[in-house]
Design a protein. Structure first.
Lengths: 191, 121
């Protein structure tokens, strides 16, 4: 995979270099997907949004005035694309969350079922967060971005990123705890 | 107090893209982007690339051309004001033109001086 700074890859992609564009996709697909998931709450939709985000970004690449800040620019496109997607979905009726939670994984059927259930629980818990909290939570705890990176790329101070993350985790724990505490109690009783 | 004050990372890996989905999505995006990239490559043909390399030289040539054009334009009114006669245009010496205009034959002395200006009368 091609390496180089975001700015270099953007300039090469502007010249039509497929390998440079592929490197940008590999570098930021997960982040675009995280932002899309934060906004749509649906893994299938998030994949579609992530896909469309990169195509739109490539078409408008010449408008990226600061190529070294490509990530922030891309995530804004992801957010807008997700919002448009959600509006369109509202019109054509929503995809049930449970179906969305059943997105394909790489494991066996039993593990897939567990994963789908966990995914459904996490998505349901995330509904209690604000869109920004969801973005920060996913970019930090799923993608491993640092507070500073998140703040810079989402356009707010690092301290705000920390605050959103803290609040998001607290809310998630509160919403997930009853279900998992009940399950633990049920397992103990069955023994 | 019931408040949860822990701030450890949550395990959200279940929400992440599975490697197979990541690979499929990447391939799909690159495939859909290829026509756009191809247009960019076509727009940047060899001549465009060459033009980009020689841009400073072209700019300098443009400056020289503009300066030359300005000089030519400044010179033009003077040329237009003095319309040369046929004999001047043919390059005859001024005295010959004067004799022709006056319709008289030069003397021998005038001829010698005209043909050899270093010889004074």
């Amino acid at each position: 995979m091609m390496s180089g700074s975001d700015g270099e890859l953007v300039r090469l992609a502007l010249g039509g270099r497929t390998d440079a564009f592929a490197a940008l996709v590999a570098r930021y697909l997960r982040a675009a997907y995280a932002v899309a998931l934060a906004r749509t709450g649906d893994p299938h939709d998030a994949e579609d949004v992530a896909h469309d985000t990169f195509v739109v970004a490539l078409e408008r690449l010449a408008d990226c005035r600061e190529p070294d800040r490509f990530a922030g620019w891309l995530l804004r496109i992801a957010r807008n694309t997700a919002l448009n997607h959600v509006r369109a979905r509202t019109v054509r009726d929503a995809v049930p969350l449970d179906d969305a939670a059943g997105a394909a994984s790489d494991g066996d059927p039993g593990r897939d079922a567990e994963l789908a259930a966990l995914k459904g629980d996490l998505l349901a818990a995330m509904e209690g967060l604000s869109p920004v909290q969801r973005e920060v939570l996913l970019l930090h705890d799923l993608e491993g971005w640092r507070h500073g990176e998140i703040g810079e790329r989402l356009g707010f101070p690092e301290g705000t990123a920390r605050y959103h993350l803290h609040e998001a985790r607290r809310t998630m724990r509160q919403r997930l705890a009853p279900r998992y505490e009940t399950e633990v109690q049920r397992c103990s009783t069955e023994r | 107090m019931n408040e949860d004050t822990r701030d450890e990372a949550l395990d959200l890996s279940a929400l992440g893209l599975a490697p197979s989905r990541h690979a499929a999505l990447t391939a799909g995006i690159v495939e859909r982007g290829e026509p756009i990239l191809a247009r960019r490559r076509a727009a940047r043909g060899p001549f465009v690339v060459l033009a980009a390399w020689t841009r400073p030289a072209l700019a300098a040539a443009a400056v020289v051309m503009l300066a030359a054009l300005a000089a030519l334009l400044a010179e033009r009114p003077r040329e237009a004001a003095a319309v040369p006669t046929t004999t001047e245009a043919l390059g005859f010496p001024a005295p010959v033109v004067a004799w022709a205009e006056a319709g008289r034959a030069p003397s021998l002395e005038e001829l010698v001086v005209t043909m050899n200006p270093e010889v004074s009368p």
